[in-house]
Design a protein around this ligand. Structure first.
Ligand code: PEP
Ligand code: MN
Length: 337
């Protein structure tokens, strides 16, 4: 941490801060310039972060040197994290991992029909929401536990892990009982009590970027899960809100290489919720894979016009199959480069 004093700061004011830093059992290295005095504080920054040094008389600015996220940061973690999902699937192992399925679990038949097709096309996990975060309280809210039961049954039938969203602390134990991976939706990215509980849940978590969240906000949200005991976290870029109205969310493709440079966690992209309409899903998916994403999560439905949520952005299974082939081809080129 670096403490910068105002040009008008007095010797006494500097001495007062030095005293406070020493009281915290940290080492203040004082450097006096012609105009300003600066103190470089050595030691555990966590201790000093809680001390309101910027409010001390004479202090102009306090600059933390340590990142606000240290467990998920690449600094000090040379190895990339590989997240094991279910018994056989992995995310972040160098291969492109694709998760596909309906936005919502609508019925056993609907889920099984889609799952069979996406698994055949190469999906390593099946998604499907049982608790749905809908903008309107009158929209379909999900089947709840019934949907979770279908997901678990589907996982056993197709030997594939399932991914589903948990929206509320009160549902975590229930969702953990049935699901292989718990998803935190964009609207809950900064639900800190939920994040803390997921740190203790014992299952991998997909953390989606909030629609107004910066990359640093996303990493700090992930840090909550990590600091509570769970490092099996996958970050997901799903588009952010901008002034643009032609698309549901602006897909921030640059977040992929930026996140990769900042964290050891796997990064996946969700072109479906960025696009909002199926025609744009493939080009966004290609861009994200070309940018180096470790995986893709995509919505697929056999009858999009009858879907109970997000029908307009759902791909038909045949379109998903051709998307898979092209994404894998792009991933191979990027890997070679
Ligand atoms: C979803 O995955 O169906 C979903 C609601 O996503 P998001 O939280 O990204 O909007
Ligand atoms: Mn959806």
């Amino acid at each position: 941490m670096i403490i910068i004093f105002k040009t008008s700061a007095t010797q006494d004011q500097v001495a007062h801060v030095v005293e406070k830093v020493q009281e915290l059992k940290l080492n203040p290295m004082v450097a006096r310039g012609t105009l300003k005095t600066v103190i470089n504080v050595l030691g555990d920054e966590e201790v000093i972060r809680e001390a309101p040094l910027q409010t001390f008389p004479g202090v102009e600015k306090v600059i933390p040197v340590m990142k606000k996220y240290k467990l998920v940061s690449r600094e000090g973690h040379d190895q990339k994290t590989v997240v094991q999902i279910g018994e056989n699937a992995r995310l972040g192992d160098g291969k492109l991992s694709v998760i596909a399925g309906p936005c919502s679990v609508e019925s056993r038949d609907q889920l099984f029909g889609i799952a069979g097709k996406v698994v055949k096309s190469g999906a390593i996990a099946v998604r499907g929401g049982a608790f749905k975060p809908r903008t309107s309280p009158y929209s379909f809210q999900g089947l709840g536990e019934e949907g979770l039961k279908y997901l678990q049954e589907m996982s056993q039938e197709f030997s594939v892990p399932c991914v589903t969203e948990v929206m509320d602390n009160r549902d975590v134990d229930l969702v953990v009982k049935y699901a292989d991976v718990l998803q935190v939706g964009a609207r809950n990215m900064q639900n800190f009590s939920l994040l803390k509980q997921l740190g203790q849940c014992g299952k991998p978590v997909i953390l989606k970027r909030g629609m107004s969240a910066t990359i640093e906000d996303l990493l700090q949200a992930a840090e909550y899960i990590a600091a509570s005991g769970n490092l099996n976290i996958v970050l997901c870029e799903r588009g952010i809100r901008t002034f643009e109205t032609a698309i549901r969310n602006s897909f921030d493709v640059s977040s992929v290489p930026v996140l990769k440079s900042l964290t050891h966690l796997p990064i996946i992209i969700d072109p479906s919720h960025a696009a909002g309409v199926w025609e744009y899903v493939a080009p966004l998916a290609f861009a994200g894979v070309a940018a180096g994403a470790d995986g893709v999560i995509v919505e697929v439905h056999e009858e999009p016009e009858k879907a109970l949520s997000d029908g307009p952005q759902a791909l038909l299974p045949a379109k998903f199959e051709s998307l898979m082939l092209k994404m894998n081809a792009i991933a191979d080129i990027v890997k070679e480069g």
